[in-house]
Write a protein that binds this ligand. Structure first.
Ligand SMILES: [Fe+2]
Ligand SMILES: [Fe+2]
Length: 174
């Protein structure tokens, strides 16, 4: 699997989790399902954003001026999504969760589907020879595995905090 397919597979997984969470986000009888899905979504997207910045944006920053500009903007779009994911993690089902989820999903669709898949990945594919695409996929998957425990530690307390009635927001520290 080359790097383009790896990124699309992650986006598809996140899109499916957004869909599952949207089905229970309004229902206060489904709190544990909603929280479990919010954790899976936040872990998946935080891992993805980290590996993408470290491996893919890094290559783009030294490629064409357009790709370099996108890699700069993309980091801020990741920060926006990260903030929305942190809000999702501490919200029980109800109108507030529905609202946060709608904004997060919109940001994700625009960033991942319209910009990355629509513009950035085709431009990146044109710059990479097939061997380089496979090599980057290897580095991307390695980075995902490496960062997973740290992100799971970070997301876990945000959720446990809700059970204790705390509403703390956790920011990336890696
Ligand atoms: Fe991204
Ligand atoms: Fe992405």
């Amino acid at each position: 699997m080359d790097i383009i397919k790896c990124i699309k597979a992650d986006h598809d997984e996140a899109a499916a989790l957004f869909g599952e969470l949207a089905r229970v986000a309004h229902d206060d009888r489904r709190t544990s399902d909603a929280m479990r899905l919010a954790v899976r979504l936040a872990v998946a997207l935080k891992i993805h954003a980290h590996a993408e910045e470290k491996i893919v944006y890094e290559v783009m920053s030294g490629a064409t001026p357009d790709l370099a500009a996108f890699s700069r903007e993309g980091k801020y779009e990741h920060e926006l999504l990260d903030l929305l994911l942190d809000r999702l993690l501490v919200q029980r089902p109800g109108p507030e969760l529905v609202a946060i989820l709608k904004v997060a999903r919109h940001e994700f669709e625009h960033h991942a589907r319209v910009e990355e898949e629509g513009e950035l990945l085709p431009a990146l594919a044109a710059c990479l020879d097939p061997g380089r695409g496979l090599h980057l996929a290897h580095d991307f998957l390695y980075e995902r595995r490496r960062i997973r425990p740290a992100i799971e530690r970070l997301v876990g307390p945000a959720v446990r905090g809700t059970h204790d009635g705390l509403r703390t927001h956790h920011h990336r520290r890696w």
